[in-house]
Design a protein around this ligand. Structure first.
Ligand SMILES: [Mn+2]
Length: 346
């Protein structure tokens, strides 16, 4: 993939303090993209800061900068500092989100800051006009992959992956690896090209897998078993399956951020299932987090838009519901019944 990054380079060159922000409930691509950008910008002598709206999975702590001032600011834990950083910076780069509301608490602060705003994202475009520069395409596996092609096109990297700092390369690999479910979905020819280049650069792919994908607790694996065995409901008339995860169950299985990563994909291993949904009660209990997955030509982005206050990609989307957990099954089944075919296969 070739990208014209001249306007990106111009904005970077003009900035010293740069704030990197990703979305609420950060996943591997969110953590990977902000830390990758951090490590790259640091190597250019910039002063980058990372803000995440809420805590991220412990397994990704190794991607964080080592220096104390580079540690991520979690808005939920220190919103004062997060707001101060946004207010004081020259440039804000939003990664892996298509709406500023995905930052949960910072939308207004970002809009009223004096800084220029850049978006780097791979979701279906939504608010491009709110940015001075938006680099957005769905033709990549992940925001990390898009960032990789941008970095390659910058004058100092000049197409040579060896010039990308190793820690930046590791972060990029982790974001791609988690967003593609380890090369199983949204993989493009360029994704393999990038992976090969990153491994040649020195990324230890086995170590990344072990740290991020094979790092869970016994209780997380038991929770997965419980969901599949006791909580999975099949809606055969729609080739769909769904699971509900309550706060009580989270407590019983010592749930930590990131523990439900990948659960929603599990029912898709069943031949007759083409749509999978996971409904998770939010810790405070004020909404239900919705994760949707599909196979092939079924467009769950449209399902998320119409019924679940959200969106995402054709085969992977998310949203929120503001109803009690026990009303979700009826709501979901009704949504499937009412979903027009022209949207489903759009
Ligand atoms: Mn992503």
């Amino acid at each position: 993939m070739t990208i014209d990054s001249s306007s990106f380079e111009a904005l970077l060159a003009a900035a010293r303090d740069i704030v990197l922000i990703s979305h609420f409930n950060p996943d591997g691509d969110a953590v990977g993209s902000v830390t990758a950008a951090y490590h790259y910008l640091k190597s250019r002598g910039k002063e980058p800061h990372i803000i995440l709206p809420s805590p991220y999975p412990e397994s990704m702590a190794f991607l964080e900068p080592e220096e104390a001032e580079g540690r991520m600011t979690i808005c939920e834990q220190d919103s004062e500092k997060a707001r101060r950083l946004v207010r004081g910076t020259d440039l804000i780069i939003c990664l892996d989100l298509n709406r500023l509301s995905r930052t949960e608490y910072l939308e207004q602060d970002i809009l009223s800051a004096r800084a220029k705003r850049i978006l780097i994202d791979h979701h279906i475009p939504a608010e491009l006009e709110r940015f001075d520069l938006a680099i957005s395409t769905t033709e990549v596996s992940s925001t990390c992959e898009l960032l990789y092609w941008i970095l390659r096109s910058l004058p100092d990297v000049a197409g040579d992956p060896a010039r990308i700092p190793l820690r930046c390369a590791e972060s990029i690999y982790v974001g791609m690896m988690t967003d593609t479910n380890n090369f199983s979905n949204s993989v493009f020819p360029g994704t393999f090209e990038m992976a090969a280049a990153l491994i040649a650069r020195g990324v230890d792919k086995d170590a990344m897998q072990e740290k991020v994908l094979h790092c869970y607790s016994v209780s997380r694996t038991r929770l997965m078993g419980h969901l599949i065995k006791d909580k999975m409901t099949l809606v055969t008339r729609h080739q769909a399956a769904y699971m509900l995860l309550s706060n009580k169950e989270k407590e019983r299985y010592c749930f930590k951020p990131g523990d439900s990563e990948g659960f929603v994909n599990l029912p898709l291993a069943i031949g007759s299932v083409r749509i999978s949904a996971l409904f998770t009660e939010n810790a405070v209990g004020n909404y239900i987090r919705v994760s949707l997955r599909s196979k092939g030509n079924i467009n769950v982005n449209r399902l998320a838009n119409r019924f679940f206050n959200g969106g995402g990609h054709r085969n992977a989307a998310g949203g929120r519901l503001y109803i009690p957990l026990d009303e979700v099954p009826a709501y979901f089944e009704k949504a499937l019944d009412e979903w027009p075919d022209e949207e489903k296969f759009s």
